[in-house]
Design a protein around this ligand. Structure first.
Ligand SMILES: Nc1ncnc2c1ncn2[C@@H]1O[C@H](COP(=O)(O)OP(=O)(O)OP(=O)(O)O)[C@@H](O)[C@H]1O
Ligand code: SF4
Ligand SMILES: [Mg+2]
Length: 417
């Protein structure tokens, strides 16, 4: 069996044991229910991080993309079909957003040492749309700006420039009347299921938090019933409501995070590496759970991952990021079968294939440049095998092609092959 098939097997096995969708019909929502308030975005990883339960031996995956590319990948031809967008109208429109962080030393130090102000351009001029029911995945090496985009999409960060519109409403307007209702429709699932749940709270209180704080539902009995239904929906039992987070394994904790994110009945989930802290078989269960919930409830996902196997499993379209920008955006199958950008090709070439085809893996070469002093022109040029003079002086623009994909590369634009 090839390495690339193995992850697919895990996914199929995980499907059988995911306990998914038992309560999905419960969540068939009427639009009239939509007007509830909620806490909006899920809790960011809280501190202190509780100790891991002794029974959980899940290896924690390393973070940077090159290491994660060693994960076996289920190629598109065998991939389970991802849910197709249910409507062409975009639910999320990201319009030329940028995020700059001021990472300057303190004012006094700057004055005494004569140091300049330092601005880090974490995200620079990023635009995309996500259709209702669609899963857009973002991939890229560590530090390329994926989480910063995620946080801007749920209103945790305000863009330094540009605009995010959710269902036609500018997210910067969420402070206006009705803004909290809108916020309840956006939720985020964080990477670390250990840090993102308050260790001192019982599960019932964790899941009920968005409901209670914003009074989306009243009556303790009704809330308890809802919590039980959410726990069953994510494959846990109603009795788990009385437990504390440390009594669960990593995969179960991420199910709790999903239950909490679903408590406010969102339309849009931003998932920032939701399975990267889990081992492969547990990843498969959680991914299948998320996919089944998406199908049942018509959710829209922005899914961030550095693991191309996971992306291949969950995404409809994939955006490849490099140093704060999207360099290629294409339907999943098209991206995996015919990658255009040299960086995308480099990432895909790094995936091990042991199917007897004789194809050898080429490791991702070079280092990600320092974002405080990015290279001129195309920021990928120091690592690009095709780089020419134009690349060093002129930044390529993201251009659309007839098949709906977009790529930012002079070599593609001018056909240097
Ligand atoms: N609050 C912040 N203050 C200063 N710099 C930040 C802040 N948040 C992120 N950055 C910087 O912005 C850049 C993008 O960070 P981000 O967390 O978005 O990357 P990422 O693609 O999610 O990386 P990873 O895969 O490691 O999670 C990095 O250089 C990071 O150091
Ligand atoms: S613009 Fe030039 S350096 Fe950048 S990816 Fe294309 S060929 Fe490589
Ligand atoms: Mg991140």
């Amino acid at each position: 069996m090839s390495l690339i098939d193995r992850f697919g097997e895990h996914l199929e096995r995980g499907r059988e044991s995911s306990g998914v969708g038992r309560e999905s019909s419960e969540r068939g929502r009427e639009s009239s229910e939509r007007g509830r308030e909620s806490s909006g975005v899920g809790r960011e990883p809280s501190s202190p991080t509780p100790a891991r339960p002794p029974e959980d031996n899940s290896p924690v995956q390393t973070h940077p993309l090159p290491a994660s590319l060693l994960m076996p990948v289920n190629l598109p031809s065998d991939a389970p079909t991802a849910p197709s967008p249910v409507a062409a109208t975009p639910l999320v429109v990201v319009d030329s957003i940028a995020k700059t962080f001021d990472v300057s030393p303190p004012w006094l130090n700057r004055l005494l040492e004569g140091k300049p102000r330092l601005l880090l351009h974490a995200v620079d001029d990023v635009s995309f749309e996500i259709a209702r029911g669609e899963t857009l995945a973002l991939v890229g090496e560590s530090g390329c700006g994926k989480s910063t985009i995620a946080r801007m999409l749920v209103g945790l960060y305000k863009p330094s420039r540009g605009q995010v519109r959710f269902d036609g409403v500018d997210l910067s307007d969420l402070s206006r009347p009705g803004g909290r209702q809108m916020r309840s429709r956006l939720q985020m699932i964080f990477q670390d299921p250990y840090a993102s749940l308050n260790p001192r709270w019982k599960v019932a209180d964790i899941i009920a938090e968005p409901i209670r704080v914003h009074r989306t539902m009243t009556g303790e009995d009704a809330i308890a019933t809802r919590i039980e239904a959410l726990l069953r929906q994510v494959g846990l039992s109603g009795a788990d409501a009385a437990k504390y987070p440390h009594q669960f394994s990593g995969g179960q904790r991420q199910r709790l995070s999903i239950a909490r994110a679903l408590a406010s009945r969102p339309d849009f989930l931003v998932c920032d590496e939701p399975t990267s802290a889990l081992d492969v078989s547990v990843q498969a269960q959680v991914l299948n759970l998320m996919r089944d919930i998406q199908r049942a409830d018509g959710l829209t996902y922005l899914f961030i991952s550095h693991n191309l196997a996971v992306v291949n499993h969950v995404a409809d379209r994939v955006g490849v990021m490099y140093l704060g920008r999207i360099v290629e955006l294409a339907p999943k199958r098209r991206l995996f079968e015919m990658p255009q950008h040299p960086y995308t090709r480099m990432l895909l070439d790094a995936i091990p294939v042991i199917d007897g085809s004789g194809k050898t893996r080429t490791a991702v070469s070079g280092e990600v440049p320092n974002p405080l002093s990015p290279p001129s022109g195309c920021t990928f040029h120091p690592r690009c095998p095709l780089a020419r003079d134009r690349c060093r002086s002129e930044r390529p623009l993201l251009r659309s092609s007839a098949d709906g994909s977009q790529v930012a590369c002079h070599a593609i634009e001018e056909d240097w092959s």
